[in-house]
Design a protein around this ligand. Structure first.
Ligand code: TYM
Length: 337
């Protein structure tokens, strides 16, 4: 038996934020040492809402650079761009034809995003989770490391593989597709907005002060944290449902300082906000500084970054092509002679 296979991805829509890093990418970096890891920049997902064609290629490249800056090692992980491996779109189509419409209409993220789009909801937005299922199933992934908000999409991918493909086109002894498992961290899986502790930190929040991006300069980080919503009470604590902002900011401090929850809670138990916020800002700046330095180095040497993506595309295509062929065969398509 080989090492368990891992696949995950992030959309190249604007700079990645602390939630993307702490909820997902941080975990990818740990997994690459003892797993067979595939990480893609999911640019096809980024066009499910109106996008700027002038920015897409640049944002795709910068997202890949951030993957590497966060610690993905191209010697250990296959890093690639989703749209450059055509099998993702092909498998998506095959899965579209066997996925019931009402499974997609139930998706919480679709409902939330559709609400924001008004009359302009694309078929692609509804289909987003099927494309995500294709990304995962195409690589026979065992594990999919994601933040909490992707749990429902992962369940859908499992249902499509099990109930729609394997049950209809495979047999118990020879399933067509591997059924993947979500991998959600205990800490960091749900980083909340700086301006509202009850809603998650998100790239699409129009208020930039609600998130810290991995490329924010130190002064901006300090300013955003200074303005972050607090409550009138003194002392920071975990688990008080009436103090979601406290829970979130203390959680960030525990992770970003590397101290862990227990030590962070002890240290900050009697602190006022005026003392805590500079501490959190300092820990955030220090945690992001090495990422920002490595990011700059990758962006200054595009040729290295492009070589990583070229290589990744070749390695990913080899796996993806073989697997989509297997699905095509199982569904009864005529093979090319
Ligand atoms: P995206 O770009 O919205 O998010 C990328 C990853 O970041 C996690 N995340 C968070 N984690 C903690 N706190 C937050 N506030 C927060 N916000 C985002 C997400 O859970 C995700 O892991 N649909 C996927 C992209 C995708 C994908 C895939 C993932 C496409 N195909 C295949 C895994 C496997 C998404 O949410 O992207």
């Amino acid at each position: 038996m080989g090492r368990p296979r891992v696949l995950s991805g992030v959309q190249p829509t604007g700079a990645l934020h602390l939630g993307n890093w702490l909820g997902a990418i941080r975990n990818w970096v740990d997994l690459q040492n003892d797993h067979d890891t595939f990480f893609c920049v999911v640019d096809l997902h980024a066009v499910t809402v109106p996008h700027d064609p002038q920015r897409l290629a640049h944002d795709t490249l910068t997202t890949a650079a951030l993957y590497l800056a966060c610690g993905l090692d191209p010697e250990k992980s296959t890093v690639f761009v989703q749209s450059q491996v055509a099998a993702h779109s092909e498998l998506c189509w095959l899965l579209n034809c066997i996925t019931p419409l009402n499974w997609l209409e139930r998706m919480i993220q679709f409902k939330e995003k559709a609400l924001k789009q008004g009359d302009n909801v694309s078929v692609g937005l509804l289909d987003y989770p099927v494309l995500m299922a294709a990304d995962i199933l195409l690589y026979d992934a065992d594990l999919v490391p994601v933040g909490e908000d992707q749990k429902q999409h992962l369940e859908l991918a499992r249902d499509i593989a099990q109930q729609r493909i394997n049950a209809r086109f495979g047999s118990e002894e020879t399933p067509v597709l591997k059924v993947p498992k979500p991998m959600i961290l205990k800490e960091g899986a749900r980083v909340m907005s700086l301006t509202d502790g009850r809603s998650k930190m998100s790239k699409s929040d129009p208020n930039e002060g609600s998130r810290i991006t991995l490329l924010d300069p130190p002064e901006l980080i300090t300013k955003k944290i200074k303005k972050a919503k607090t409550d009138p009470e003194r002392g920071l604590e975990f688990g008080n449902p009436d103090r979601p902002e406290t829970d979130n900011l203390l959680g960030l401090y525990a992770l970003l300082s590397g101290k862990g929850r227990e030590a962070a809670a002890q240290e900050c138990a009697d602190m006022g906000w005026g003392q805590f916020k500079p501490l959190l800002a300092e820990a955030t700046v220090a945690a992001l500084e090495p990422i920002q330095q490595r990011y700059k180095a990758f962006m200054d040497d595009r040729s290295q970054l492009e070589a990583v993506l070229r290589n990744g595309r070749e390695r990913a295509s080899a796996v993806a092509e073989a697997n989509v062929q297997r699905v095509r065969r199982s569904m009864g398509f005529l093979s090319p002679s």
